[in-house]
Ligand binder design. Structure first.
Ligand SMILES: [Zn+2]
Length: 462
């Protein structure tokens, strides 16, 4: 007898044939999908402990956010309309450099709450600084029920490409950050029924010596875990590696042993065609963050070229000050629109492709393509239900179009992760929403005060 039986929904399976099942049903036992098909065919076979009526709902795989800064959720609206170097040096680093472990925990709670409420069931956190309190954040992941790859910050140089020596002292870590990452790997990797993975998060070029990058790559391969790093996000990154090492950033990554199927390069805006080929040949993964690319004016990432080359390209919401939401549904829409205007071709990056990026490609990025990314027998039950009984979701001629072009995170009704109902009828069952919002407001204001950074509105406030 299944633990959960979902019936009567429009199921976008993302299976090999990309079937969409009208009046579809899904049977879930423990953490796995044990059957999927027409409700009429499955209803006589299964009686679930919990039956979820999915009438007027789109049922689909949970979304995978491949680039998240948990600590930045509390910095929403703190750094708008600035160029990236000043955005980092004048706002983000001084603010984050004043975080306490409690701030790190509450920001993670806020971020994960927002992600669950908008249909994200798994994410990659790119750089957890020691001062945010890795243990506290991992505990929040465990409690919330979400799935996550948590990357510990690793660095031995307080700089970012050309901006030498500008890093706030509170953000600096030393070579020991690699030992710390290894210690945290042994402590947390595979915990929470396997929902927690510990990756390595080296800083962007300029933040590590070539020797440290090499050690990170070797250690990650030895432990069989992932590495994620910001890559060619601004032109300065390219100028930096050309000047310092005489090579383009992707070749530098190859040189230090940081290309491969366990590596996730984020942004990859300023990559040439030969660098894309190199990524494809080495089966290195990519992550596209359309909102950040536009808001911070990073540039146009060559997403279509990467996909054509066979690179797995996940989607990411990035952070509170660069997006400023963690809503993967809105992110899918932006990804489509950005590629269309960039190529002046409305056929570029169709809705179906971006939905694959947010699910199947995300699963590849996590190294979990056999477990996640689609609704198929034997896969993990990471499933979301989206309510279509809303004016902006009516009518439903093509459910994929509704999800990508019409919906937003607020339309997500129910979230199941690892076979457990984490949100039902928009109520998150694992986290105290009211307490988290109250605490995040208070702590967000306190961090700004402590850092003495002026984030007041540009218009007079009475
Ligand atoms: Zn980022």
């Amino acid at each position: 007898m299944p633990d959960i039986f979902i019936e009567g929904g429009t199921v976008i399976t993302l299976d090999k044939e990309r079937r969409i099942i009208k009046d579809g049903a899904i049977a879930i036992e423990k953490d796995r999908i044990i059957d999927v098909g027409k409700t009429s065919e499955l209803k006589d076979k299964y009686v679930g402990d919990v039956v979820i009526d999915a009438t007027s709902m789109i049922v689909m795989p949970g979304l995978i956010d491949c680039h998240v800064h948990l600590a930045q959720a509390m910095l929403r609206g703190c750094a708008d309309d600035l160029d990236l170097i000043h955005w980092l040096a004048d706002r983000i680093w001084p603010l984050q450099g004043n975080y306490t472990e409690e701030d790190g925990r509450v920001s993670a709670e806020l971020c994960i709450l927002e992600m669950i409420k908008s249909g994200t069931t798994a994410f990659v956190e790119t750089m957890i600084h020691t001062r945010y309190g890795f243990d506290g954040i991992a505990e929040v992941v465990e409690k919330s029920g979400i799935r996550a790859a948590l990357a510990k910050t690793i660095m031995d140089r307080p700089s970012y490409s050309t901006a030498e020596g500008v890093m706030h002292p509170g953000m600096v870590e030393t070579q020991e950050s690699l030992d710390e990452a290894v210690r945290l790997f042994h402590k947390w990797h595979g915990k929470a029924d396997g929902r927690i993975m510990v990756w390595f998060g080296p800083r962007t070029v300029g933040g590590c010596s070539p020797e440290l990058y090499r050690e990170i790559g070797e250690k990650a391969r030895e432990l069989g875990t992932g590495v994620t790093i910001h890559h060619s996000e601004v032109k300065e990154n390219v100028e930096y590696t050309l000047r310092e090492f005489g090579m383009y950033p992707t070749y530098f990554m190859k040189e230090v042993g940081l290309l491969g199927p366990n590596v996730l390069l984020v942004h990859s805006v300023w990559v040439r065609d030969d660098e894309i080929r190199l990524m494809a040949e080495t089966r290195t993964n990519a992550c596209h963050c359309p909102a950040a690319a536009m808001k911070c004016a990073l540039g146009y990432p060559p997403v279509v070229k990467m996909l054509e080359a066979g690179v797995a390209v996940g989607l990411g919401c990035d952070g509170g000050p660069s997006n400023n939401t963690y809503d993967m549904i809105r992110e899918m829409r932006l990804a489509c629109l950005l590629q269309k205007i960039h190529s002046m071709d409305p056929k570029a990056l169709p809705a179906e492709t971006v939905l694959e990026m947010a699910t199947l490609h995300g699963a590849r990025v996590l190294g979990m393509e056999k477990e996640l990314g689609s609704i198929e027998i034997g896969k993990k039950a990471d499933i979301i239900l989206i309510d279509t009984k809303r004016p902006h979701m009516t009518p439903v001629h093509n459910p994929v179009s509704n999800v990508v072009y019409s919906a937003c995170g607020e339309d997500v009704h129910t979230v199941i992760i690892d076979g457990k109902i984490v949100m039902r009828d928009r109520k998150v069952l694992t986290l105290d929403e009211e307490r988290i919002i109250a605490e995040a407001r208070e702590r967000g204001a306190e961090v700004v005060r402590r850092a003495k950074v002026d984030v007041s509105p540009r218009w007079p406030v009475l």
